[in-house]
Design a protein around this ligand. Structure first.
Ligand SMILES: Nc1ncnc2c1ncn2[C@@H]1O[C@H](COP(=O)(O)OP(=O)(O)O)[C@@H](O)[C@H]1O
Ligand SMILES: [Mg+2]
Length: 637
């Protein structure tokens, strides 16, 4: 039987048995999964062929390397051969042949001598036999245990490195200097990050390191033992300057990238670091690399978290300003009434159900309620129930546990948890399916939820605001909406009338959007002509304030600088009055007179079309019967 041994991280071998056909790649369906972006989804294939194995590149992006060169056609594998794929190094091993050589990731450099001196504690890295060796193994285990403890407690990189150096001094009592050097940003040069010395004449802060030695350790992915450094001529000047007699230098590698090196040096004449020291040091370095990597990740996460928190704070402030009551424009009695109610209800804990046609300002009102409540420093989380597929709505709202359904690979918080201590705004609540309605009712009553697939109740403190453009009472009688949920949500009802029922707000809204969109696009305009204003005021606005806002924004964007906005600039559906008719209104003199005249004409037309039926005429005009009666009275029609 043959296998591949992953030696990417020194000291952490992983073996994969080979089948008759074995696929390697990033895809989850491969036999040997190499999870890195440098690896293609189906990168390479190893097939049994006669008594041996062949490797073949499956058209990967970054290639398969054997002995340092990229393979073009399929190649036979020989025992002990290294296969490089992306950041991974895998060794091909035939179990019948020689065992994998343990010295694969270490190398001994001797400056003067060419034979390895006797190593008093050689058994440390080798096979343990006898009492002394078992004690040594136990000692080594304790070292790794100590390192593991350090991982658990510390996430700050500098504190972590200082602790590790302390452990190294304890493990290698002859070491006089110990340091960690890391890549500085994108630089290929290494910079000492943390250094400690026991020998006062060894270089400390800002001290020397041999870039050549470090680069060699990183490029060859090998730990190096350098002996007799002061005697040979091959060693670099910087090593001589350090004044050590022997040193251990291990690359700090993690699957994603090389981080730097870990090095200890000794000046002792009586003791030189040995092969056994090198093996132990290599094992420690592989742990240290992972620790540094996770500390760096933690640091990045912390920074990202701080940045997001401050951005969030600014955004909330902006939202608060934009959602103040003064941003709800209008002077009609209806808007006035809504504002009074909204102000009163803001600080109460109750649910508010906002009804009204699309674009009439329901979400703006919901935001104002939130940002003027004691919850304003907490999240406002809007969700459009109509925009989420039925099956997903529940997990979107309440979250799910890992394995709750196919595709639930991890646990996810729902929006109720995200909105904790804040407000959730459920838009288009009338489109929520009955099953989710039951769950929502439970959350409103119990103030706790179960994630999909979960069994543990999670407490939440969320205020619910809901909106709909549907007639929920009708939905209740059709059996589409739960009556109990309706009464839970409708503690305080707010109805926003369509824009055509509060035409007196139109000029104010137009002025408001003219100002905001001029500022947005950086253009000055002089406002609408009286004729254009009359048309804007009389249009039916089926899309309500949203439509009005879009119309004004479009006109401002297209208008020349400093222009007066005339009828021609209005969209066809608003300006479909002939110039002759307009002239008639113009001759009426004041805007008020023109408006009066137009209203009278439109009412007469509508009454004529409705054959005198006032309800129908009101409907045609887009106003309530009550308003129509008032107008008939005022115009004495
Ligand atoms: N009274 C108002 N004053 C100022 N802007 C408004 C007003 N009503 C609505 N808007 C604006 O109109 C657009 C649509 O409003 P929105 O609240 O999303 O409507 P709805 O939720 O009812 O569909 C938004 O840009 C909103 O800011
Ligand atoms: Mg809306």
């Amino acid at each position: 039987m043959a296998e591949l041994i992953d030696i990417t991280v020194p000291g952490q071998k992983k073996s994969y048995p080979l089948k008759d056909v074995t696929i390697l790649g990033r895809a989850a369906t491969t036999d040997i999964r190499l999870d890195d972006l440098l690896v293609s989804r189906h990168h390479a294939r190893i097939c049994k062929s006669g008594s041996g194995y062949l490797i073949e590149d499956l058209g990967s992006q970054n290639g398969v390397f054997l002995g340092g060169s990229r393979i073009a056609a399929s190649q036979p594998l020989t025992n002990g051969e290294k296969i490089c794929i992306g950041p991974y190094t895998l060794v091909f091993k035939d179990v019948e042949s020689n065992p994998y050589p343990s010295a694969e990731y270490t190398q001994i450099i001797m400056a003067a001598k060419d034979t390895l001196p006797g190593t008093p504690d050689a058994a440390m890295g080798g096979v343990a036999t006898g009492k002394g060796n078992i004690e040594q193994l136990q000692k080594n285990l304790k070292i790794f245990h100590d390192i593991a403890r350090v991982i658990g407690d510390i996430n700050d990189l500098d504190t972590l490195l200082n602790e590790i150096i302390q452990i190294l001094f304890a493990v290698f009592p002859h070491a006089g200097r110990c340091f960690v050097a890391l890549h500085d940003g994108e630089e290929s040069q290494l910079v000492i990050r943390t250094v400690q010395t026991k020998d006062s004449d060894m270089p400390g802060e800002g001290g020397v390191l041999s870039q050549t030695l470090a680069r060699r350790a990183i490029e060859e992915r090998k730990s190096l033992l350098v002996m007799d450094t002061q005697m040979g001529s091959q060693v670099s000047t910087s090593i001589k300057v350090i004044g050590a007699r022997s040193m251990l230098c291990a690359p700090l590698l993690c699957p994603q990238k090389p981080l730097g090196i870990l090095q200890i040096e000794s000046k002792s004449r009586e003791y030189e670091f040995s092969k056994a020291d090198l093996d132990l040091f290599t094992g420690i370095a592989s742990q240290v690399a992972l620790l540094i990597y996770s500390a760096e990740l933690f640091d990045d996460l912390k920074k990202a978290h701080e940045r997001i928190a401050s951005e969030n704070k600014n955004l909330r402030k902006q939202q608060q300003v934009q959602s103040s009551f003064s941003n709800i424009i209008g002077r009609s009695p209806k808007i006035h009434e809504i504002l009074e109610r909204v102000k009163k209800v803001s600080n109460s804990p109750y649910s508010v159900l906002i009804t009204g046609k699309s674009g009439s300002g329901k979400e703006l009102i919901a935001k104002s309620i939130h940002y003027n409540s004691s919850r304003s420093g907490q999240p406002f989380v809007p969700l459009n129930c109509a925009a989420i597929p039925r099956d997903l709505l529940e997990s979107e709202l309440f979250g799910y546990e890992k394995g709750a359904f196919t595709g639930a690979v991890g646990t996810k918080q729902g929006l109720f948890e995200v909105a904790n201590k804040g407000t959730i705004f459920l838009d288009e609540i009338g489109d929520m399916n009955p099953h989710t309605q039951v769950k929502l009712l439970r959350v409103l009553q119990e103030k706790e939820l179960l994630r999909v697939g979960g069994t543990k109740a999670i407490k939440v403190d969320v205020r619910v605001l809901a909106a709909t453009n549907k007639d929920l009472k009708a939905a209740i009688s059709n059996g589409e909406f739960r009556e109990d949920l309706f009464y839970r949500l409708n503690v305080v009802p707010v109805h926003v009338p369509p824009l055509c029922e509060r035409r007196e707000d139109i000029p104010l809204l137009v002025a408001h959007f003219l100002e905001s969109s001029s500022a947005d696009v950086g253009r000055r305009v002089k406002g609408f002509t009286p004729e254009a204003m009359v048309l804007l005021s009389n249009y039916s606005w089926p899309g309500n304030v949203r439509e009005l806002k879009n119309v004004v924004e479009r006109i401002v964007t297209l208008a020349p600088d400093d222009s007066v906005l005339d009828v021609e600039m209005l969209p066809q559906e608003i300006s479909n009055k002939s110039p002759v008719q307009l002239q008639k209104y113009k001759s009426a003199g004041t805007l008020y007179e023109a408006q009066r005249q137009l209203e009278m004409e439109m009412i007469m037309d509508a009454l004529k079309s409705a054959k005198g039926n006032k309800s129908k005429a009101a409907e045609l005009l887009g106003i309530s019967r009550k308003v129509l009666y008032e107008k008939l009275d005022a115009y004495k029609i």
